[in-house]
Design a binder for this molecule. Structure first.
Ligand SMILES: C[S@@+](CC[C@H](N)C(=O)[O-])C[C@H]1O[C@@H](n2cnc3c(N)ncnc32)[C@H](O)[C@@H]1O
Length: 198
């Protein structure tokens, strides 16, 4: 795709975030973010169990989010919002007064081929971006059924200055996602944002 076209799409997406989504965050200083929330089963239940947290589910696919939205509207949940966007774009553009306190990444696309690893969500650059939008103590909760991606994420986090693996932390909330219910087994990790400022 020519760079000019790519830049104009990016600008359009950013303008949409500013016009349609960021107004919903006004007055909210702390967010729980589920990246790749799919149909929103997990986050809907999580939000119900954590009424004092404001939860945001992000995905690339509109019809999944519409189903999620219908579910939470029907249930009258007011502490959850859904946004169609690319996670990196949202994290970079988040209003400066909004911090992420917990980020959930559940069964992300594993991109198994080496030439596609650059598309994996958990990478140094994305960990930098998350570090810039979190305070110390924030959690990044990651779960996958793809063992090579688990090792890859573990290595990326272990070699990042701003995040450390917390082996003692308990998984914050259990509810099988769609992909979890299809998996034979899976692995989880919790990384904690360390004290040093990004
Ligand atoms: C394998 S599915 C897992 C869905 C759900 N978390 C589950 O466990 O059932 C991955 C989801 O992440 C979304 N996704 C992939 N890359 C993304 C990105 N960069 N930003 C936002 N969502 C993304 C996809 O559209 C898809 O719905």
């Amino acid at each position: 795709m020519p760079l000019a076209v790519y830049n104009s799409i990016l600008e359009q997406r950013l303008a949409e975030l500013h016009a349609d989504f960021f107004p919903l965050l006004r007055g909210r200083s702390q967010l729980t973010l589920e990246i790749g929330c799919g149909h929103g089963h997990f986050l809907t239940a999580y939000a119900e169990a954590h009424p004092n947290e404001f939860c945001v589910g992000i995905d690339l696919i509109a019809d999944r989010l519409q189903r999620a939205e219908r579910k939470t509207t029907r249930a009258g949940r007011t502490n959850v919002a859904w946004v169609q966007a690319e996670a990196g774009l949202l994290v970079e553009a988040l209003p400066r007064d909004c911090l992420l306190t917990r980020i959930l990444v559940l069964f992300p696309d594993p991109w198994p081929k080496r030439r596609h690893w650059k598309n994996r969500l958990i990478q140094a650059a994305f960990l930098d971006a998350l570090a810039a939008r979190t305070a110390s103590g924030a959690q990044l909760c990651f779960r996958t059924d793809h063992a090579p991606y688990f090792s890859y994420a573990l290595d990326a986090i272990r070699s990042h200055a701003m995040w450390r693996i917390d082996d003692a932390a308990a998984w914050p909330f259990e509810l099988a996602t769609v992909f979890q219910s299809r998996a034979d087994s899976y692995q989880s990790l919790i990384a904690v944002r360390s004290r040093k400022e990004a």
